[in-house]
Design a binder for this molecule. Structure first.
Ligand SMILES: [Zn+2]
Length: 55
């Protein structure tokens, strides 16, 4: 994904299990994990972090 601020390619550096998001985003729940898996992306330019639901 691209940074919204500086349009650089963001680095995917971590996955995060979001148990709170699963409460109102049932269709994305991973049944094995019991939550929604999100990918954390960080911009090398400005350091901004964005989360995206893992596909
Ligand atoms: Zn940026």
């Amino acid at each position: 994904m691209m940074c919204a601020d500086c349009e650089m390619e963001m680095n995917h550096h971590a996955d995060k299990l979001n148990l709170v998001a699963a409460l109102d985003d049932a269709e994305h729940i991973d049944p094995d994990l019991g939550g929604v898996l999100e990918e954390a992306h960080t911009c090398p330019g400005c350091g901004k972090t964005e989360f995206q639901i893992a596909t």
